[in-house]
Design a protein around this ligand. Structure first.
Ligand SMILES: C[S@@+](CC[C@H](N)C(=O)[O-])C[C@H]1O[C@@H](n2cnc3c(N)ncnc32)[C@H](O)[C@@H]1O
Length: 105
């Protein structure tokens, strides 16, 4: 996983910038893990966005992601030259054998 803890000084120096937007972030699973890893963005009010399709976002009560802004619009336009694009992908083997982990399927 990306080393979010290493961003502490950068984030604190520029709190007006969004810390991150998770595009296709579903129910905010990654954002919750990052919040835990960074102790809620080091106790700051750093902006965090969750972008997904409206039915997905509407299915989540705001209380379940209190400091996260739900977004349905394209976040790319808000990026600047020093923004980072992290791609979280999954390579699923074409085949599995009986008894192996089936969870990716
Ligand atoms: C496999 S889920 C992954 C969810 C999340 N990243 C996670 O790891 O738990 C893919 C997500 O992408 C969202 N998605 C698909 N097409 C999208 C689009 N055009 N714009 C925004 N979100 C999209 C889906 O609604 C779904 O929540």
């Amino acid at each position: 996983m990306y080393n979010f803890t290493a961003l502490k000084d950068e984030v604190i120096a520029e709190l007006e910038r969004a810390l991150m937007v998770d595009i296709g972030g579903g129910r905010g699973r990654a954002l919750i893990a990052i919040a835990e890893e960074t102790e809620n963005a080091w106790g700051t009010e750093a902006k965090v966005g969750l972008q997904d399709k409206p039915p997905v976002l509407d299915s989540m009560p705001q209380e379940s992601i209190p400091s996260v802004e739900k977004m349905t619009k394209n976040a790319v336009a808000a990026m600047i030259p020093t923004s980072r694009l992290l791609i979280g992908d999954l390579v699923i083997p074409a085949m599995t054998k009986v008894g192996e982990d089936m969870s990716p399927y």
